[in-house]
Design a protein around this ligand. Structure first.
Ligand SMILES: Nc1nc2c(ncn2[C@@H]2O[C@H](COP(=O)(O)OP(=O)(O)O)[C@@H](O)[C@H]2O)c(=O)[nH]1
Ligand SMILES: [Mg+2]
Length: 483
């Protein structure tokens, strides 16, 4: 309980850092069109991928303890289904689907983090849905069941890019499960592309779990070992990894033939614990969410700091330019005024006029020159200055290492866009305030939040001190939310 409270307050703290400090900046400077927290506000997500008929839906049904998803040997279900918790109906009544919603609704509801998937088009939208289930398994996470990976299908057949969709889903998922079965142990083409290209680009190695499912269908232990070996070989070819990733071996009790699971001489009972381990790993998704959230806060605060830093540099250059420009204009107009006065004094006709008129005339000329300078000349030179800054936008920052290079590439277009849009007409003071806020979040993100996560890993599930103790053990920032 203590651990859960700790996770909850850490999560709330991270969310409020994003909401209060990063989102206003991100929206103002065009870094993001939607509030940054919409992607992370929702529940921890577990994405289930795998060959068709590898038993994805059956395994999900088994975990939820009811038949939520349709199953079958042929590629039965070609939809992406978000399976989420219905807390209102979790009152001991029969576990069932309590509500269903279609893609059009889901992709337009800002409550859900799927708005950005709209770009995958109509065919995808009609293959996207949500089911609410009152299963306690879903209390802290949601599951996404997906259409099976196939060999023969092309993008045109599906009507949307499967790889792009699973890439986007993997990006927001906290855990990605990849299921294989003994019949097609990693040989399907779409699996190959996902493992080699899509997933490495969109998620982290430690968020991916490999599962060899339907192991009850191996006829003997030797058969299982052969399948396992094949899968390992295929995985190392696909992922390019030299180390063999952990592969969970499991099967569904519901689907397996009774005589197989009951067989005393079989090997299956040695592997019984694997399903429980897999279940525990899935239930740990909220813990991954914290890591993801911390990484999210770190990355975006770092990028926004970089964006603001470049704009500050630009604004300082502009200020220097303006100062120089007006000083030059002032001196020039003084010079012109003095020149005209001297000329008038030395001119025999004009010098007969009263002295005050001559000095006033010189002052008038100085004023006219200055006005001309401050309007026409200023407009053209400022736009020339801005054009130069835009052309040399890279010179607004320093890039010392790869991290800085990455963050600059992520924000460069936004810096350019904002400079173009405003031509420098924004407040340097506000920029500096925002910079120190984003910088503050970044410092917290990289140090204190990591400390808090480390602290969390030392708290065992059984620890249950009073909640009051949270105040003593939690890092300072969880008690004091000022940046
Ligand atoms: N023997 C056995 N059959 C399974 C197992 N898991 C699923 N099946 C069967 O395999 C077929 C495909 O399962 P399904 O869950 O629809 O696969 P999906 O396409 O990956 O969602 C169904 O007929 C299931 O009954 C398992 O662990 N053992
Ligand atoms: Mg299925």
């Amino acid at each position: 309980m203590y651990r859960e409270n700790y996770i909850r307050s850490l999560r709330a703290e991270l969310l409020s850092l994003v909401e209060d400090y990063l989102t206003p900046i991100a929206l103002r400077y065009g870094y993001s069109e939607t509030p940054l927290e919409t992607n992370i506000k929702w529940r921890p997500l577990v994405l289930v991928l795998g060959n068709y008929s590898s038993g994805k839906s059956t395994l999900i049904n088994e975990f939820l303890d009811t038949d939520v998803q349709g199953t079958g040997q042929a590629p039965t279900d070609d939809s992406f289904t978000i399976i989420t918790y219905d807390s209102e109906q979790d009152n001991g009544s029969r576990i069932r689907v309590t509500e269903e919603r279609d893609g059009k609704f889901l992709l337009n509801d800002p409550e859900y983090p799927f708005e950005s998937l709209k770009k995958h088009g109509q065919r995808f939208i009609s293959h996207f849905k949500l089911k609410k289930v009152n299963s306690p398994f879903l209390r802290n996470l949601s599951i996404i069941d997906t259409p099976g990976m196939l060999d023969s299908i092309t993008e045109r057949d599906r009507g949307y890019s499967y790889q792009d969709v699973i890439g986007d889903l993997a990006q927001i998922a906290d855990l990605v499960l990849i299921l294989f079965d003994p019949h097609k142990a990693g040989t399907v083409r779409e699996a190959h592309t996902s493992l080699r290209d899509t997933l490495p680009a969109k998620t982290f190695e430690d968020r991916v779990l490999f599962v060899l499912n339907r192991i009850d269908e191996c006829t003997s232990l030797t058969d299982l070992l052969r399948v396992y070996g094949t899968l390992c070989w295929n995985l190392s070819q696909m992922t390019g990894r030299k180390d063999i990733p952990m592969i969970h071996l499991t099967y569904s009790h519901r689907a397996a033939r009774r005589d197989v699971t009951r067989g005393e001489s079989g090997y299956l009972h040695y592997l019984e614990n694997q399903r429980e381990e897999l279940k525990t790993a899935i239930l740990q998704a909220p813990r991954h969410r914290l890591d993801n959230l911390a990484a999210f806060v770190e990355i975006h605060s770092e990028r926004l700091t970089h964006l603001l830093e470049a704009l500050i540099n630009y604004r300082c250059l502009l200020r220097r330019f303006r100062f120089k420009f007006f000083t030059t204009g002032f001196l020039l107009s003084l010079l012109a005024g003095a020149g005209v006065t001297l000329f008038a004094f030395s001119n025999p006709i004009l010098s007969s006029l009263e002295q005050n008129y001559l000095i006033g005339g010189g002052g008038g000329v100085a004023l006219l020159v200055f006005l001309f300078w401050a309007t026409f000349i200023r407009r053209t030179s400022t736009s020339r200055f801005n054009r130069k800054c835009l052309a040399e936008v890279d010179s607004l920052t320093t890039i010392e290492n790869q991290t800085r290079r990455d963050s600059w590439y992520a924000v460069k277009d936004h810096v350019y866009g904002y400079m173009r849009k405003t031509s420098g007409n924004f407040s340097l003071r506000q920029l500096r305030q925002e910079y120190s806020a984003a910088r503050g979040v970044f410092d917290k993100g990289s140090k204190e939040i990591r400390e808090a996560l480390n602290e969390l890993s030392t708290i065992r599930h059984t620890d249950d001190p009073d909640d009051a103790e949270l105040d003593e053990r939690a890092p300072a920032f969880m008690r004091d939310s000022e940046v």
